[in-house]
Design a protein around this ligand. Structure first.
Ligand SMILES: [Ca+2]
Ligand SMILES: [Ca+2]
Length: 236
């Protein structure tokens, strides 16, 4: 009963959606400052040989640490696209949308639209996680999927100001990037992480591979992989 109410409530906002072509860290002016702005996307095995896959979507960079959890835009549908037959067209999607203090997840299922023709919400509830509080909450569904949504430290390590100085030919004499293996300087502390202390709004899913099925897509080493990318879709 609870599930069908959820579906009706969410179905009403799912009619039209448009893909915004987003770029790395505030490179897409049309979505800047909203959780439609994709900062980074990671997909990986949580541990070597694990039968799970983790998808981590970082949205809206430079979010101040004090901001509360419930700051995801409710008119943004985040979609993780997964290609399993190597034609670079998504065969499965996992979707997430915020509503009334929760992040609702759907899928993985075949989508009714693919590519840049927009996204329509799928009718396959996966679970939800609370985003109304001030502490991290992880929910694990009956079929072993773990869900998280909320602010996280931006994993992107970058000295933005020195980058601009180097590009502009204005880098200070002797400047060496921290950790540079070619550095001969004893002072490895010249570089700073401009994004230290800034958050992104993260959506993270750890899912058993059995729910994604077999894949015939391969990487450059010939190993089977899920080919995956993320889109954000703003209700029009
Ligand atoms: Ca495909
Ligand atoms: Ca899609």
């Amino acid at each position: 009963m609870k599930k069908s109410k959820l579906l009706m409530g969410l179905g009403a906002i799912a009619i039209v959606a448009t893909v915004l072509v987003a770029a790395d860290h505030i490179d897409a002016p049309g979505s800047m400052g909203t959780s439609a702005d994709i900062a980074d996307f990671y997909a990986f095995e949580p541990t070597t040989g694990s039968d799970n896959t983790v998808f981590a979507v970082d949205l809206q960079s430079n979010v101040l640490p004090d901001l509360a959890y419930g700051t995801f835009d409710e008119n943004v549908l985040t979609e993780i696209n997964i290609d399993v037959n190597d034609d670079l067209v998504e065969d499965l999607v996992i979707q997430a949308i915020a509503r009334n203090g929760k992040m609702y997840f759907f899928g993985p299922v075949a989508p009714s639209t693919t590519g840049t023709s927009g996204s329509i919400m799928v009718n396959a509830p996966l679970g939800s996680v609370d985003i109304s509080g001030a502490t991290a909450t992880v929910e694990t569904t009956e079929n072993g999927v773990s869900l998280f949504a909320g602010p996280r430290q931006d994993a992107f390590y970058f000295d933005f100001f020195q980058f601009n100085a180097v590009i502009g030919g204005m880098a200070p004499e002797g400047f060496k990037p921290a950790g540079d293996p070619n550095s001969t300087s004893d002072d490895d502390t010249t570089a700073v992480d401009t994004f230290d202390g800034a958050n992104t709004m993260s959506i993270v899913i750890e899912i058993p591979n059995s729910l994604l099925g077999e894949t015939s897509a391969v990487n450059v080493l010939g190993l089977p992989v899920y080919k995956t990318w993320v889109t954000t879709n703003v209700k029009q």
